[in-house]
Design a binder for this molecule. Sequence first.
Ligand SMILES: Nc1ncnc2c1ncn2[C@@H]1O[C@H](COP(=O)(O)OP(=O)(O)OP(=O)(O)O)[C@@H](O)[C@H]1O
Length: 264
Amino acid sequence: MADENLLEVKNLHVSVDGREVLSGVSLEVGQGEIHALFGPNGSGKTTLLNTVIGFSRYKVTEGAIYFKGRDITGATIDERARAGIGISFQRPPTVRGVALRSLISFGREGLTPEEIKNAAAKLDAGEFLDRDVNAGLSGGEMKRTEMLQIILQQPELVCLDEPESGVDLENMALIGRAARIALGREEVGGDSCLRTRKSRRGSYRAGLVITHTGQIMDHIYVDKGHVLMNGEIVCSGNAQELLGEIRSHGYTECFRCVGCDRRG
Ligand SMILES: Nc1ncnc2c1ncn2[C@@H]1O[C@H](COP(=O)(O)OP(=O)(O)OP(=O)(O)O)[C@@H](O)[C@H]1O
């Protein structure tokens, strides 16, 4: 694997409950790069992220996943989290009996109560810290607590599954800022460095982001996009151009995309 690749997915075939959902997906994410995943409902985007994260329900029947040059295909979800992979879920589960503050503290050694409080305040999520994880939260509130967890976990690869879903327009700015912080593009208490991406490259974390609407791309610069259809990547290229083509022509004609470097 080339040194610059943080994540390399090779010819990945994945079955869920006996059904093949991914059929030969290959993808490379370099250090500090952000990649977007597009695709119609049921095309396999969440399956790809959940397989990279390491949920045992997703069976890799062929192919391999490398992270920082190491084959992690057989690694457990805990091992992958410790290695530096984190996720913000599309529909995070409710965890009764576990306060958000405890879950966050468990996720990273050495976190101080002050750090947790400050980050929660930035995301307007302080009031949720002592409630059970996701219990009774609205869709947008859940997204804020998900982003809080990933900011404090500080993974090297940040996987975001539809960060904009269920988020109102005002809160989208908050989620966008949280995504920039999680991806190392902005400090918790500092200025955005969205426009100085090259000079800060060294501190950037990599991202794999599922988006239907592309709203999150108003807040983070995405280096590359991929279109998944029926469990395969059918097109890769400039994310903004791909999104434009999808909006204009729909997924079934996305091979016409001017930015596509596979078929274009
Ligand atoms: N546990 C499961 N058992 C059976 N089928 C599953 C399971 N999980 C996912 N699938 C199927 O795998 C396919 C891909 O699902 P996935 O959630 O990865 O799609 P997606 O591209 O993320 O869709 P969406 O945009 O709607 O979130 C779907 O047809 C889904 O029904």
